[in-house]
Design a protein around this ligand. Structure first.
Ligand SMILES: Cc1cc2nc3c(=O)[nH]c(=O)nc-3n(C[C@H](O)[C@H](O)[C@H](O)COP(=O)(O)OP(=O)(O)OC[C@H]3O[C@@H](n4cnc5c(N)ncnc54)[C@H](O)[C@@H]3O)c2cc1C
Length: 370
């Protein structure tokens, strides 16, 4: 069996693994990324691409993580375009959080007035909503508008990170499934493929919800689980939208090609990644309520992905307890696209021994059994 040497191995080529590869390469660390399929084709491909915290571990450290990452994209987007040649279609488009009835309007209005919806959030009356987005339903009572929310094309993001990493000297291997970790005593010193082995000082598990299985094989504990989400890509007829629109449990996101992503379900379905008829029906019901003309939209495509969920909905980052040389970056749940920037940067600092303070809050040590 052939063995190749590298400083760091990254297992998994979703947005998280690819961002880590990019930030490590930028820091001059020789990195090899191993992806069992093709780059960015799992949850990272199915996402909506909004850079706004939908949900996640509450608390100060999580908010700091989210805010820092959102800010990074303003410089990262042009940097990645230059470094990779890939335009990730980053745009500051703002977000409307709709009140669909009087009760919701009262609660959202109060939250906006008390500053709970963010510093720049503004209350929009029904008329202001319709003036801004004429295609939305006339029954909308009002909305909170958050101008700083951005979106990007997540179906390009993993490739952009990976290509930029490669140009900086990283090795990115597709169709390279890791079937085991190489260990000597309590040290993890590499990863095993079907007919090849890689050895490294650092091995980083960034395999989304499959991270758990990789850790299980050595008796490690990474409590991450798959949470299915479905998105529909719709071609609107007549008017479209400019901002991200949240209403009820649903979400409409405009894309640069004129289509709209409508989603997203949150389903505990183990590793079953099908788009069910029920999910399509639920999303269409929600979409029509917000934007009635979507009933006549062309259904371009549907997609499902498995979000890596953790027990407290916050990411799991840093050294895996009990093992030397083994690290993890997963559990980003509903915000992995948004958090990819800060995750890559923090993990690179962690690997080169800079001990970034923020990462400590997300250590796998916080879970019983770790
Ligand atoms: C419908 C939906 C909408 C979403 N919307 C948003 C959004 O708007 N904004 C946002 O910030 N986030 C969003 N998310 C969440 C976001 O997509 C995820 O948090 C993020 O993609 C997770 O990235 P990842 O790299 O950890 O996982 P993945 O993308 O799943 O990547 C893991 C990779 O590891 C590989 N792998 C697994 N096992 C092995 C192995 N043994 N060897 C080698 N490779 C392996 C897989 O093939 C896969 O490519 C959404 C998710 C979904 C499903």
């Amino acid at each position: 069996m052939m063995t190749a040497n590298t400083d760091a191995i990254i297992i998994g080529g979703g947005v998280i693994g690819c961002s880590i590869a990019y930030h490590l390469a930028k820091a001059g660390v020789s990195a090899t990324l191993l992806e069992r399929g093709e780059i960015g084709m799992e949850a990272s491909n199915a996402a909506s691409g909004i850079l706004s915290s939908i949900s996640g571990g509450a608390g100060g450290a999580y908010t700091r993580l989210v805010n820092a990452s959102a800010k990074m994209f303003h410089t990262l987007a042009p940097e990645l375009a230059e470094a990779s040649g890939v335009d990730i279609e980053f745009a500051q488009c703002g977000e409307l959080l709709l009140a669909l009835d009087e009760n919701e309007a009262t609660a959202l209005y109060a939250a906006t007035m008390e500053g709970e919806s963010g510093e720049d959030a503004q209350w929009f009356t029904a008329k202001a909503v319709r003036d801004m987005e004429p295609a939305l339903s006339e029954s909308i009572v009002g909305a909170v508008y958050t101008p700083e929310v951005c979106r990007l094309n997540n179906q390009r993001l993993s490739a952009a990170y990976a290509r930029a990493a490669t140009r900086l000297g990283a090795t990115v291997r597709e169709h390279a499934e890791v079937i085991g970790l190489v260990r000597s005593g309590l040290r993890i010193s590499g990863a095993r493929l079907h007919n090849e082995e890689f050895s490294a000082d650092h091995v980083i598990i960034a395999a989304g919800p499959w991270s758990r299985t990789i850790a299980d094989a050595i008796g490690g504990y990474l409590p991450v689980r798959p949470v299915r989400g479905v998105n529909l890509n719709l071609q609107p007829v007549g008017g479209s939208i400019r901002s991200v629109v949240h209403g009820g449990w649903g979400l409409l996101v405009p894309r640069n090609d004129g289509s709209i992503l409508a989603g997203t379900t949150v389903e505990e379905a183990d590793y079953d990644c099908r788009v069910t008829a029920g999910a399509v029906q639920d999303i269409m019901n929600m979409s029509e309520q917000i934007m009635p003309s979507l009933r006549d939209a062309r259904l371009n495509w549907t997609i499902a992905g498995l979000r890596p969920g953790s027990p407290d909905d916050a990411p799991i980052l840093g050294a895996v307890p009990g093992w030397d040389g083994l690290h993890v970056a997963t559990g980003h749940y509903r915000n992995g696209i948004l958090l990819s920037a800060i995750t890559g940067s923090l993990m690179a600092e962690h690997i080169i021994g800079k001990k970034p303070k923020l990462i400590e809050h997300f250590s796998p040590r916080r879970f019983k059994g770790a």
